[in-house]
Design a protein around this ligand. Sequence first.
Ligand SMILES: [Ca+2]
Ligand SMILES: [Ca+2]
Ligand SMILES: [Ca+2]
Ligand SMILES: [Ca+2]
Length: 400
Amino acid sequence: MRIMQIGGQTARKHLPVRITLRTGRIPERSAAALRWAAILSLLFSHTAQSVRVSDGFGTGLGAHFNPLNVDIHVGDTVRWSWADGVHSVVSGNGSTGIANGIFNSGVHSGPYAFSHTFPSVGTFPYFCAVHRTADFAGNVFGIWPSVRVTAAPPEPSLLLSNFNADAYTDYLLFSPSTRRTAIWYLNGNTLQSGAYGPTLPPGWAVVALADFNQNGTPDYVLYNATSRQTAVWFLNNATFVSGNIGPTLPAGWKLIAAADINLDNKPDYVLFNPTTRQSAVWYLNGTAFINGALGPTLPAGWTLVDVRDFDSNNHSDYVLFNASTGQTAIWYLNGSTVVGGAYGPALPMGWTLKGAADFNSDTKPDYVLFEASTRRTAIWYLNGLTLLSGALGPTLPASF
Ligand SMILES: [Ca+2]
Ligand SMILES: [Ca+2]
Ligand SMILES: [Ca+2]
Ligand SMILES: [Ca+2]
């Protein structure tokens, strides 16, 4: 494995920050952080799909369930409620009355509510054990009520850089289906205008942005998942200028970011292996591989999201995210060596951390959050790791 040969270092046994994370000493969060987390939780948390159950909906709507069919994504929850009457919600075959055991509220007098979360794709018919015959005969569609669960839409690729050399970071969107790229020019959190960038050849994706030819505007780092080849496309704002083949990644490794780790003004690759959670740095001269070093290994549950300088010492730092807890953390680096760590603000349920960049021109990186269920983005303005305020950013298109 090239990564092991070129690393020239063995994994470190003692990582102070790792211990900090594991022992769970959580630095106090500011009142602003708590307030913003609470506000975002209230405004943007998942709302379960609701089905009202009643005797009184009549034939057009289905006898007892409104709506008759519910369309949701994997992981969503449906909540049935009835104010009065005696009802139940039983998954299975309404014609025969045979339950299939996926969900069953039991028979209850109202007011009552029952919820079920759907972890997999499929169509799930159900009936009311009390009104089974009327459920079918009473609706004009000739169908049984059901919950239809489809796969969650794929997360868009969202990368952050300043394409038009103004004071503000912009969004780069990449659609895996069309392989189109689009730049959304922002002024803070506000979308100003957009432009299509170049469209990628089949098999390739944009995975990182950095200025590889020092002309002041970011270039695309491309990756081919089949060949594991990387390439750099040199851009002038949204216009393709030329391209170069870069080094090929070893199997199992992902390119997380391109950032200058050794302060020679040339971007380097930061790699992460999600299986071993090992990180590595590949030092580059333009697109030519020079040498590599192993970086720190992340604790279980944590992923490397981005690489930015969070303590204004010019050394890029790791931005870490724990998707199950919503917790964020920064590992401060000196080159590829961890020298400290701290927790950042925790994200509300349903939101993931997409990256970090400066959105309000105070030179300090801010968080970009994404909510998969609504495709909304949000900016959390930070002073170091202190959350100052938050604002919704533009909502990402499903595809383009
Ligand atoms: Ca800009
Ligand atoms: Ca460098
Ligand atoms: Ca730093
Ligand atoms: Ca900022």
